[in-house]
Design a protein around this ligand. Structure first.
Ligand code: NAD
Length: 368
C-alpha cells in the first residue's frame, strides 16, 4: 500500500513526500530510491520528530496502526491510516479521542467508497430514486489465500488482529453499504469458518500478493486462528434486511466486491471488478447498464470522476479522490470533511467485534 499511496499523493500536485519509514533502514532506503524520495529511516519516530512534516500515511500491518497513529497524533501530525483502523474498538476510541482533542485531520482509509459509480448509487438513494431500501446483498471475495501454502502477515493474529477475512475486506463492504444506503447495520448474525486449520509458513518474509514462488521445503506448519470465509445476515435500521459473504478462498475471484441494493422503486448492482458499470434494475421498464460518464452523473457524484466517459476510473483513482479531500482539510481546518474519519473506522471495528462475538455464540446480536 505504501507504493499505491505514494503514487496517489503525487497525483495531487500540492503535497510533497518528504520521508519514507519502513521496517528497516535498508528497506526504507530501497523504496525511497525507487520513488526518488531523499529521506529514509528504519524508525518512524525520526519522521514524527520533524516539525516540517504536516501529515503521515500509515500503511503498515494492522497491529502497528494504533501505536503509530497515537505517536503521530501526539507529535501533532495529521494522520491518514489504513483500515482496519486498529486491533480493537478500545484502541480506535482512543485514536478518535486524541485526534479530536488536538484538532488533527484523521482519515480511516475506506477508499472504496469513492469509485464514481459508488457515489452515483449514493446520490440516487439520496434523491429518492431507489425508494425505501428493503434489502442489501453482496460479497467481497478473493482467492489469494486458497491454498495452505498461501501466507502473509495477515495470517498471524498478532500482526493482523482476531479477524482476518472480515477485518480485511468485510469492513470495506460494510462501510460501503452503510455509506450508500445511509442505514446502519443494527444487528447481525455471523458465521466464520477457517478451512485451513494449519498453513505452511514460508521460512522467509513475503510481501502481500508476491509469495507465489516458494518451494515446498521452504515452509513450516503453523496453526491458524483467523477465518478464511464468513457469512453474515443483518438488519439495517428498522426495516431493511441483508446478507453477505466474505472470502479469501474463492478461486478466480480477485477483488469481487459486489453490492446489490433493492428498494421500493428500483435497484442497483455494482461490482468492483467492472467499476465503470452500474446496473439499474426496474420492475416495469427495461433494466439499464450505465457506463461511467461524468456528464451523466449527478453533480455531487461527478466530482469523483476526473476522466471523460469511456475512460476507465479504477482502484488507484479512489486514492487520489480521498487524498485530495483529506489534504484540503489539512490545509484548511475549517474545510468540510468529505472522507471516512477515525470515527468511521471505529464504527467498523464495532461491527467487526459483533461479528466475532456472534460467530462464537452462533447468535443474533445487536451492534454495540
Ligand atoms: N484500502 C485498501 O484498499 C487496502 C488494500 C490493501 C491493504 N490495505 C491495508 O494496508 C495495510 C498494509 O497492507 P499491505 O497489503 O500493503 O501489506 P504489506 O505487507 O505489503 O506491506 C506492509 C509494509 O509495512 C512495513 N512495515 C512493517 N513494520 C514496519 C515498521 N515498524 N515501520 C515501518 N514500516 C513497517 C513493511 O516493511 C511493509 O512494506 C494493512 O493495514 C491493510 O489492511 C488496505
Amino acid at each position: 500500500m505504501g507504493r499505491v499511496h505514494s503514487e496517489g499523493i503525487r497525483r495531487l500536485g500540492n503535497v510533497e513526500i518528504v520521508g519514507i519509514a519502513a521496517s528497516s533502514a535498508d528497506k526504507a532506503r530501497a523504496f525511497a530510491d525507487e520513488i526518488s524520495v531523499a529521506r529514509a529511516t528504519g524508525d518512524y519516530r525520526e519522521l514524527l520528530a520533524d516539525p516540517e512534516i504536516d501529515a503521515v500515511h500509515i500503511c503498515t500491518p494492522n497491529a502497528l496502526h494504533f501505536p503509530m497513529s497515537k505517536a503521530a497524533l501526539e507529535a501533532g501530525k495529521h494522520v491518514l491510516c489504513e483500515k482496519p483502523l486498529a486491533m480493537s474498538s478500545e484502541q480506535a476510541s482512543e485514536m478518535v479521542r486524541i485526534a479530536k482533542e488536538r484538532n488533527l485531520a484523521n482519515c480511516t482509509f475506506h477508499n472504496l467508497r469513492y469509485y464514481p459509480q459508488v457515489q452515483n448509487m449514493r446520490r440516487m438513494r439520496e434523491a429518492g430514486e431507489l425508494g425505501e431500501i428493503y434489502a442489501v446483498q453482496g460479497t467481497y471475495s478473493q482467492d489469494w489465500l486458497l491454498y495452505d501454502t498461501d501466507y502473509n502477515w495477515r495470517i498471524e493474529s498478532d500482526a493482523n488482529g482476531p479477524s482476518r477475512c472480515f477485518a480485511d475486506i468485510g469492513t470495506h463492504w460494510c462501510d460501503m453499504v452503510e455509506h450508500i444506503t445511509g442505514l446502519r447495520i443494527s444487528s447481525l448474525c455471523a458465521d466464520l469458518q477457517t478451512f485451513h486449520k494449519t498453513r505452511k509458513k514460508p521460512n522467509r518474509s513475503v510481501e502481500t500478493f508476491t509469495g507465489k514462488t516458494l518451494q515446498p521445503n521452504d515452509y513450516t506448519d503453523v496453526v491458524i486462528d483467523t477465518e478464511d470465509f464468513g457469512t453474515m445476515i443483518m438488519k439495517l435500521g428498522e426495516v431493511a434486511r441483508g446478507a453477505m459473504t466474505v472470502s479469501q478462498i474463492s478461486a478466480g475471484r480477485k477483488n469481487r466486491l459486489c453490492v446489490e441494493i433493492y428498494g421500493t422503486k428500483g435497484s442497483v448492482t455494482w461490482d468492483q471488478e467492472k467499476p465503470d458499470e452500474l446496473w439499474i434494475g426496474q420492475r416495469n421498464s427495461p433494466n439499464q447498464l450505465v457506463v461511467k460518464d461524468p456528464s451523466l452523473l449527478s453533480e455531487k457524484a461527478r466530482s469523483y470522476a476526473d476522466l471523460p466517459g469511456g475512460h476507465s476510473e479504477g482502484y488507484d483513482d479512489t486514492f487520489k479522490q480521498v487524498f485530495r479531500r483529506f489534504y484540503k482539510t489539512v490545509a484548511d481546518r475549517s474545510a468540510a470533511v468529505e472522507y471516512p474519519t477515525f470515527e468511521d473506522g471505529l464504527r467498523q471495528l464495532r461491527i467487526l467485534e459483533t461479528v466475532l462475538d456472534s460467530s462464537a455464540k452462533q447468535a443474533w446480536l445487536p451492534v454495540k
